[in-house]
Design a binder for this molecule. Structure first.
Ligand code: ADP
Ligand code: ZN
Length: 611
């Protein structure tokens, strides 16, 4: 009994049509051609290999690095009636053997496996006997040293595939990949003239902004309070910061919880569920939070610290607005973030599996990526264009939906101020940081200025006409231009850079972009309509029903139905099973399992007097 790809999509997933890019990938894999798909988060990568897995004979292996994601995906597949299993380190040895023997009996269509497993003799023996039609490599960027999560065990995939009696078709999947990473995936995985599909990484409904606040806490509180009742994630660089920020928000009456690897598993689980089940609005977390979480109505993601690279940033920020409704991604930047990130790169745990030369190369690449991330925080260009450009995509220089686009910039000549700043740094012996130099130039009478007798210097007060903020802005510009540099270490001081001398000699034009005035944001096309009136009320009731069904089975709510499906149910208000089946996201297994409960709830809503 074979079915078409459309039948598989409808029967199991409850969807009527493939989305952009999906059909191309599915067709290629079904025709026996390798494929490489680069699709942003939420575009629907998993369907690209799950549908072929259902149509092809035999077994599909999905290689995935994320243990939590595997469990989640398998739970979702089983709910849809797809026989699936996972093999990873969370299973005991006995559980593993049991799962493997069931796999040998041909009980599963889809098996998720961690890359390390491929190297074990037991698994290889199984794979030689089994009929493996498709190998799907999820998070394929992990194979590249240029990527953000290099996993040496991914390099073993081609050898594993070569050792199989018959070469299965290979599919590689990733959300974002720079051109170098793309090349690596293709070559290191040894894809054979693959069908490459790139749907573009742009997320139209996301707004981007970078702020340089002097008081991050106050800034964060204001951002969160102005979004009361909406749900959001606040990412921090360290566990300690998560603790501090979460306590601070709670003290100020914000409904917040926390997540990081230092918490007991029970608490982590509970906090995560509180957020998923909408019992808590704000999640304060390290980057340990979010993998495999498909909460679609996250309205904002605020980064309290700058992440280590643009890949991480876009992945984390991209957890906002999966449902397509307008959402904000705001980064709170400070120079200290750069130094923390440098420190983390220099002091990261040595990875045993890497030889020294590789480790050194990785460190160099980490630093390069950090510089590009810092560039994002300082650029005056369109932020969306900066990110897309980083991933090798063309984008117009005006998006109309980022801070830099909706603020007008003007170019001002800053040569004279640059010379005053350089003179001041040189005169005071390259001993002071940005703030003290700005204070001295503005003629401020602060404790430090007095303590170090900076008011005795010739340059004291020479930029009196400017505010300290304006002087700091100019110093930052000189740093970006490499005319000044910051010393490494905990208390960085300003030093003269290579071009300082040329600037002092004059004749160099230095034009800085600075904010002029605000224009209103352009309304960007968004895909999800907000619900109102009765539909909103019904949506709320369906959510409550979903929560109780999910709780009873011990699965997250979105495993039952996604928000998008609930929204469609609330709008369509099906009265019969056939109408229920027609709603996007309702497959055969789920209709059988949940149809009655949802139809009853909708009927009760239609006839509040009792029918
Ligand atoms: P990714 O892995 O690319 O982040 P997912 O595979 O998790 O994305 O898909 C994101 C969401 O979109 C899921 O809820 C999925 O069920 C839904 N989806 C995927 N393909 C389709 C489709 N063809 N029609 C409707 N919904 C889809
Ligand atoms: Zn823009």
């Amino acid at each position: 009994m074979t079915m078409t790809k459309e039948e598989a999509l409808k029967t199991y997933f409850g969807y009527d049509a493939f989305r952009g890019g999906q059909a191309e990938i599915v067709d290629a894999l079904l025709a026996g051609r390798d494929a490489l798909a680069i699709m942003p988060t939420g575009a629907g990568k998993s369907i690209c290999y799950q549908v072929p897995a259902l149509v092809l004979p035999g077994i599909t292996l999905v290689i995935s690095p994320l243990v939590s994601l595997m469990r989640d995906q398998v739970t979702q597949l089983v709910q849809m009636g797809v026989p699936a299993a996972f093999l990873n380190s969370t299973l005991t040895y006995r559980q593993y053997l049991l799962a493997l023997s069931r796999a040998k009996e041909g009980r599963y269509k889809i098996i998720y496996v961690a890359p390390e497993r491929l190297e074990t003799e037991g698994f290889q023996a199984f794979a030689r006997e089994a009929e493996i039609s498709l190998v799907a490599v999820d998070e394929a960027h992990c194979i590249s040293q240029w990527g953000q999560d290099f996993r040496p065990s991914y390099l073993g995939i081609p050898a594993f595939v070569d050792a199989l009696p018959r070469r299965p078709v290979l599919g590689a999947f990733t959300a974002t990949a720079t051109p170098e990473v793309r090349d690596d995936i293709q070559h290191l995985l040894a894809l054979e003239s693959p069908q490459v599909v790139t749907t573009g990484s742009d997320r139209e409904n996301l707004y981007f902004e970078v702020r340089h606040p002097t008081d991050k806490r106050a800034e964060l509180l204001e951002l969160v309070e102005s979004r009361r009742g909406k749900c959001g994630i606040v990412y921090c660089a360290t566990r300690k910061t998560v603790e501090e920020v979460c306590s601070f928000l709670r003290e100020r009456g914000v409904d917040a919880t926390r997540y990081h690897a230092g918490l007991e598993p029970e608490e982590r689980q509970k906090n995560q569920e509180d957020f998923l089940y909408d019992r808590t609005a704000v999640m304060v977390a390290t980057n340990a939070f979010g993998m495999g979480i498909d909460k679609s109505d996250v309205r904002y993601v605020i980064h309290y610290n700058m992440p280590k690279d643009v890949e991480s940033y876009y992945q984390e920020a991209g957890r906002a607005g999966r449902d397509g409704a307008p959402s904000s991604c705001i980064l709170l930047f400070s120079g200290q973030d750069v130094r923390t990130a440098e420190f983390l790169i220099d002091h990261s745990e040595p990875r045993e599996e890497l030889d020294q030369r590789t480790a050194e190369q990785l460190r160099e690449r980490d630093l390069q990526r950090l510089r590009r991330m810092t560039g994002y925080c300082r650029t005056r260009r369109c932020l969306r264009q900066y990110i897309l450009g980083y991933f090798g995509e063309q984008a117009p220089d005006y998006c109309g939906a980022c801070y830099n686009c909706i603020h007008n910039f003007e170019e001002v000549e800053v040569g004279p101020e640059a010379r005053a700043i350089i003179r001041c740094v040189a005169e005071t012996g390259e001993h002071f940081g940005v703030n003290v130099i700005a204070e001295a130039l503005c003629g401020a009478q602060t404790e430090k200025v007095r303590k170090y007798h900076m008011d005795q210097e010739r340059s004291y007060g020479t930029l009196e006409a400017f505010t300290q903020k304006e002087v700091q802005e100019r110093i930052r510009f000189l740093l970006d231009e490499g005319i000044l540099v910051l010393s490494p270490g905990q208390y960085p001081v300003l030093r003269l850079g290579g071009r300082a001398e040329a600037v002092m000699e004059g004749g160099v034009s230095l034009r800085m972009r600075t904010v002029k005035e605000t224009r209103p944001a352009l309304a960007r096309r968004t895909t999800a309509a907000e619900l109102d009136g009765p539909a909103a009320e019904l949506f709320g009731r369906l959510r409550a029903l979903r929560a109780s069904l999910a709780r009873r089975q011990g699965v997250p709510a979105y495993v039952v139905f996604t928000d998008k499906t609930l929204r469609e149910l609330a709008l369509a208000r099906p009265a019969t099973m056939a109408q229920f089946r027609a709603v996007s996201g309702v497959g055969t297994a789920k209709a059988e399992r949940y149809g009655e409960a949802f139809l009853a709830e909708i009927a009760a809503f239609e006839t509040p007097w009792g029918g």
